[in-house]
Each structure stands twice: as structure tokens, then as C-alpha cells.
Design a protein around this ligand. Structure first.
Ligand code: MLT
Length: 404
């Protein structure tokens, strides 16, 4: 008789956004006359920009012709895409990352879930609290997190680094030394971030302790302040301690078409073993590459037209962020984030926990958000709204919230 991977049985409930989707579906079924505005999951709403669409059409035509048809993509991704990423995202920012340190994939979610495979199950992870649930859940599935305590909503073998208003949402170095440190800046879910100088402290800490930082930079396109780093490789010494994960979902609206990449520097070594070689081996074995059409679309993101069009798209979402931030502040809420990120993190009104506020907002204003406690115990008493809705819906949602 076969046995299952018992670690899956340890996972509490369903994935956060699946739970929310089910709750919203039940509400809309019971109240078909209400128009629900969804500011919950961070999913984009604007169409792909013309430069990207044009590149996709061209690539589709190439696939229709035997002379230009492409089969399996190279393991690491097409050189045309890796070259432009290395130049635009790294070398132009003074980061010495080369194209063969970039691994193209189908998105940051899968990479951030899969990257833990490179490490021993004895490794101890540290996460900010609240945190994007994928980092923890993927380590639970691998058997790295110990036992879940329903009361504290914490795993016995995970180091939590609380990020609350008391510490300005900036994680402090943990008392116990972690092996793997997950950092996401600008942060999902809090929408806050840290300065380049603070990030340098984390890089120095990881190098000193012999830890690896798994750095999720999916929201870098939303950075507006000069003192915030777009990449961890802007920090000295990051190439010996950090892996960076990037997405085309938030900067270019690829949530439905999928493209991302991960940087594993060649200087990142565990003794004599190269993590770059390990990830290349994994990629080669388990992955057959992102579609050619999507890699051409990704290349178009870096064209002059693509850059200009996407700058406008990001600005539209940030206009929504300002609407939410200003609207909530005017309505008396305590509000964070929304300056370098498309997420607004608010304190729930007195006496309401995160899920109570979720239900209240859904029932009374027909607005969907994300309960902070879904991201970890320190998210209790907070709530997340996304700026990825349409401008009209965002304005309408705030009008409804102000009337509560
Ligand atoms: C979120 O809402 O946190 C994100 O959309 C999740 C994701 O990017 O996978």
C-alpha cells in the first residue's frame, strides 16, 4: 500500500486566496443583485500593453511557419530575453549579474515555492510575519516546519520576524540564526519597504551567519523612493548570499499569461557546491521552459515603447493606491503602504479582527479585501486592499467604505 506525503496533512485549511474566493462566491450566489468590488487578490485588471501584444502576435505568426517555428525552449530561457534582463534590470542599476545567472520561468509564485528544494530539510527558515503564504506552505510540504499550533497560528520550526506598526514593518534580526531567510520588498502584504541601507544590513548579516536570503522583488516596479533598492544585488556582497525572484505579473500584467525569472549568482556557494549548478540541474530536469511567445512578450517589456506604456500602467495602479490611502485616511483609518507598492495595509476598526472586518466589508459595502491574519499571526488586526482594480471600481469602493 502506498503512503502519501504526510506533510500535506499538516497544512491548515485551504490556500488563503482559495478560501476568500469560496466566501465571495457564496456571498454573490446568495445576493445576486449586489455588485461586489474585488480588491482582494493582487490580480491585475488592465490589458496587456500594445508593445507586448504586438510581440505576441509576431511570435504566434512565427510559430505558424516551419521556418521560424520553435519547439522546446532552452533550459534557462532564450538568450534574447536573458540578455535584456541582465542589461536593463541589473547592469543599468550597477549590479554585476550576467545573463547566464538568470533562469526564466513561468512566474515568481512557482519559483518561490520550488526554490526550497535546493536546501536540506534540516534547514530552518525565517519569515517576516505577516508573509506571502507560499514561502511557508511550500516548506511545510517539504517537511521543514514542524507542527502547526492552531492557537498561536505558528509552526514550531519556523522563525517568525514580526512586522507591525510598532517596528515600522521592518523585520529585526532574529535571536536564533536561520539558514534560509525569506524577504519580500516592497512587501506583500504590508505594502511597506526598507531602505537600501537596511537591506545592506540584512546582506551583511546573511554573509556573516552563512544564511541564504530568498529575495522576492516582484513589486519593484512600484518603487517611487530613491533610497529603496530595486534589486538586492544593489547591496555589496549579495551575490554570495542571495537568490532573487522576479515576476512579470505586477510590472507588466502577465498574471494570466505567466512569466518570471530567478537569479542565482555563480558566486553563491555552499562549501564547494554551486547553488547555480543545482538550480540549473533542477530546471533541466523538471521544467521545459516558458513558452517562446511569452518570452518574446517579456522581451517587449524592455523595448522603448514597452517601457513607456508600462510606466503609464504602473502609474494608473499607483493612482488607485493614492485614492485608497487618502480615502481611508479621511475616513479615520490607520493606513500603511501604498507609496512603493500596490498594496494598502490598514488597521481594522476597534474590536474587529481581520476576518470579522472581511465579513463586515463584504456584507455592508460589498467590497472584498484580504484579512491580515491570513498572512500570519502578526497580521491579525490588519487588512489588505489592492490597488490593482480599475480606477472606477476603486473610487466606488472607497465611496462605499466612507459611508459605513
Ligand atoms: C497576492 O494577492 O498576494 C498575490 O496576487 C498573490 C500572488 O502573486 O501569487
Amino acid at each position: 500500500m502506498y503512503q502519501i506525503n504526510d506533510n500535506y496533512q499538516k497544512l491548515p485549511g485551504s490556500y488563503l486566496f482559495s478560501t476568500i474566493a469560496k466566501k465571495v462566491a457564496a456571498f454573490t450566489q446568495a445576493n445576486p443583485d449586489r455588485s461586489v468590488i474585488r480588491l482582494g487578490i493582487g490580480d491585475v485588471t488592465q490589458p496587456l500593453v500594445p508593445a507586448v501584444i504586438e510581440a505576441m502576435h509576431k511570435a504566434v505568426d512565427e510559430m505558424a511557419d516551419a521556418a521560424t517555428f520553435r519547439g522546446y525552449a532552452p533550459d534557462l530561457g532564450y538568450e534574447f530575453l536573458r540578455r535584456v534582463i541582465a542589461l536593463e534590470d541589473y547592469r543599468k542599476r550597477g549590479c554585476a549579474i550576467s545573463e547566464d545567472e538568470i533562469f526564466v520561468s513561468d512566474g515568481a509564485k512557482s519559483d518561490s515555492g520550488n526554490i526550497q528544494e535546493l536546501f536540506s530539510t534540516d534547514c530552518k527558515i525565517a519569515v517576516t510575519d505577516p508573509v506571502y503564504p507560499v514561502y511557508v506552505d511550500s516548506n511545510v510540504m517539504a517537511g521543514r516546519c514542524g507542527v502547526y499550533n492552531q492557537d498561536t497560528q505558528m509552526w514550531s520550526n519556523v522563525i517568525y520576524m514580526p512586522c507591525t506598526r510598532e517596528n515600522g514593518f521592518v523585520p529585526e534580526f532574529p535571536k536564533e540564526t536561520p539558514d534560509l531567510i525569506y524577504l519580500c520588498f516592497p512587501n506583500n502584504p504590508t505594502g511597506t519597504t526598507v531602505s537600501r541601507a537596511k537591506l545592506q544590513e540584512w546582506v551583511d548579516y546573511a554573509n556573516e551567519k552563512g544564511s541564504v536570503i530568498i529575495y522576492d522583488a516582484a513589486y519593484e516596479a512600484y518603487i517611487t523612493q530613491e533610497e529603496v533598492a530595486h534589486s538586492i544585488y544593489e547591496c555589496k556582497g549579495a551575490d554570495t548570499c542571495a537568490i532573487e525572484i522576479r515576476s512579470f505579473s505586477k510590472n507588466a500584467g502577465f498574471t494570466g499569461v505567466r512569466l518570471g525569472f530567478t537569479v542565482v549568482p555563480k558566486a553563491l556557494m555552499c562549501g564547494s557546491v554551486s547553488l547555480h549548478t543545482m538550480w540549473a540541474r533542477r530546471h533541466g530536469t523538471k521544467y521545459n521552459g516558458a513558452p517562446y511567445i511569452m518570452q518574446r512578450a517579456g522581451e517587449a517589456v524592455y523595448s522603448e515603447a514597452g517601457k513607456a506604456q508600462l510606466k503609464e500602467q504602473v502609474a494608473c495602479y499607483m493612482k488607485n493606491a493614492a485614492v485608497i490611502k487618502e480615502g481611508l485616511t479621511a475616513a479615520g483609518y490607520e493606513v500603511y503602504g501604498g507609496v512603493n507598492a500596490p498594496y494598502i495595509w490598514l488597521k481594522t476598526p476597534e474590536r474587529m479582527n481581520s476576518w470579522e472586518f472581511f465579513d463586515y466589508l463584504l456584507e455592508k459595502a460589498n467590497v472584498v479585501g484580504t484579512p491580515g491574519s491570513g498572512f500570519g499571526p502578526s497580521g491579525e488586526g490588519y487588512f489588505r486592499l489592492t490597488a490593482f482594480g480599475s480606477y472606477e471600481n476603486t473610487v466606488a469602493a472607497l465611496e462605499r467604505i466612507k459611508k459605513l
